[in-house]
Write a protein that binds this ligand. Structure first.
Ligand code: FAD
Length: 432
């Protein structure tokens, strides 16, 4: 390490979190090496192109006014796209389509529920922004809906909206405070579907990382990390550093660090509640029903959205559609049956879709986030911090780390936080 506090840092993982923390650290003057086991960057934020259609890894939407957008702006990563509109969307209940109550008109006209539920829905939607989410951090989503919502039909709608905004489907575990915060974010500022897919974020971060001087090593899997921050790669080489950021899953963090399972990392891995989803990603030559662009399951944890209706993801006339089932922490018990179920959603919303298929991909159990905030751990505040006092020099970043945001917002916020903490650590050791 140099006297001005500039040191060497190794980053494990080349997804959003790894690239962002690497860029912050390199901009601060540190010598940064990023190791990614795959031959390409991006992790779960990568986009795959086929015949002019751009496939994100399942449905991806960026919260417009949350931590990820702030970090990307700070790092100079630009993107474009549009917000999907809920108007004209469907609520799917017991095999029937209803107007999704997203606004005043759809609330009046929907056949999803009767007058008393409509009156309570109008009241709850009007006051939701004022709910103090911290006060509900250690209460489960199920308990909140049972205590605060009178009408069972509105409870079902809210559980559907929580699934949509958090990707979680474990209301008996999920923190109500964290889930309400996601719904507040979605209702107040919406999300953006990105032109070119989430790969534009990865490409933008790569440019910023390289410009800042990050040494990007692709196809270089890490096999383990010594307690003194020496990183050993699968090819037998080693990297010495003063600090390491593990920007990957809780299981990987526990397994990579030597004897990590015996440390607090083992507990983090055991405690983490993932949110998984079965995703059917489909490219269509044309959309049979152009106005039917969004549907949310009410009795079943299902999702349908035509992402190309809001973002440039398909060639002229074509459509890129995402259909998903929220699995919660479980894996799909019968992937074949789940895929058929997702096809039935398409049958209901886009009859005639089969004849238009250009390409399709079924992902039976993607981990959307490794760390759903739970009521037991006090919501966002209970997630592991980026610094690990028991393992000085080793830091964490990812969607299961830190007390800010969910999903990609948590990945990027924890990446920024880990970089700031490392900067402080290296300055302190230089001064000592
Ligand atoms: C289906 C789906 C839908 C989603 N929708 C949304 C959404 O709408 N909104 C939202 O905000 N977020 C969404 N997400 C979540 C978002 O994609 C992730 O939170 C984010 O991409 C995670 O980035 P990361 O860098 O933390 O982790 P990852 O992307 O998982 O990156 C970890 C990287 O580490 C690498 N790695 C693993 N092991 C090693 C090793 N031994 N050595 C070196 N490298 C290694 C991996 O190859 C990977 O590239 C979704 C995710 C999925 C799967």
């Amino acid at each position: 390490m140099t006297q001005n506090g500039h040191g060497r840092v190794t980053i494990v993982g080349g997804g959003l979190a790894g690239l962002a923390s690497a860029t912050y650290l390199a901009r601060a003057g540190h010598h940064v090496t990023l190791c990614e086991k795959a031959s390409t960057l991006g992790g779960r934020a990568a986009t795959h192109e086929h015949k002019g259609y751009l496939f994100n890894v399942g449905p991806h939407a960026l919260y417009r006014k949350a931590e990820a957008a702030a970090v990307l702006d700070e790092l100079g990563v630009r993107f474009s796209g549009k917000s999907p509109t809920a108007s004209g969307g469907f609520a799917l209940d017991r095999g029937t389509k209803h107007a999704l109550p997203g606004g005043f008109v759809s609330l009046l006209t929907t056949g999803l529920f009767g007058v008393s539920a409509k009156i309570e829905t109008a009241r709850v939607l009007a006051t939701l922004q004022k709910v103090d989410t911290a006060a509900w951090a250690d209460v489960t989503v199920r308990d909140w809906t049972e205590r605060e919502i009178q009408h069972p039909d509105l409870r079902r709608l809210l559980l559907g909206l929580f699934r949509l905004t958090t990707y979680g489907n474990d209301p008996d575990l999920q923190s109500a405070g964290a889930a309400i915060r996601q719904l507040q974010l979605a209702l107040s500022a919406n999300v953006t579907y990105l032109d070119g897919g989430w790969q534009t974020l990865i490409d933008g971060l790569r440019v910023q990382a390289e410009t800042a001087g990050v040494d990007l090593r692709l196809g270089r899997g890490v096999s383990h990390i010594e307690r003194d921050c020496t990183v050993r790669l699968r090819d037998g080489s080693t990297l010495e550093a003063e600090a390491v950021v593990i920007a990957a899953s809780p299981d990987l963090a526990a397994d990579l660090v030597v004897d990590g399972r015996a440390t607090v990392l083992g507990q983090y891995a055991d405690d983490a509640v993932p949110a998984r989803a079965a995703c059917l990603d489909i490219a269509l030559a044309t959309l049979p029903v152009p106005r039917a662009t969004f549907a949310l399951g009410i009795d079943q944890p299902l999702y349908f959205s035509v992402h190309s209706a809001s973002a440039k993801l398909a060639p002229a006339g074509g459509a890129l559609v995402h259909v998903a089932r929220y699995l919660g922490a479980r894996k799909s018990e019968d992937p074949h049956a789940t895929e058929r179920e997702l096809e039935r959603v398409l049958d209901l919303v886009q009859p005639g879709w089969q004849a238009q298929v250009v390409d399709r991909r079924f992902l039976p159990a993607m981990t959307v986030t490794h760390g759903v905030p739970t009521a037991k751990n006090g919501g966002l505040a209970g997630r592991p911090a980026p610094a690990i006092p028991e393992l000085p020099g080793i830091y964490l970043a990812g969607d299961w780390v830190g007390n800010e945001g969910a999903l990609a917002d948590a990945s990027l916020a924890s990446a920024r936080c880990a970089a700031a903490l490392i900067g402080a650590q290296l300055r302190t050791s230089a001064a000592a």
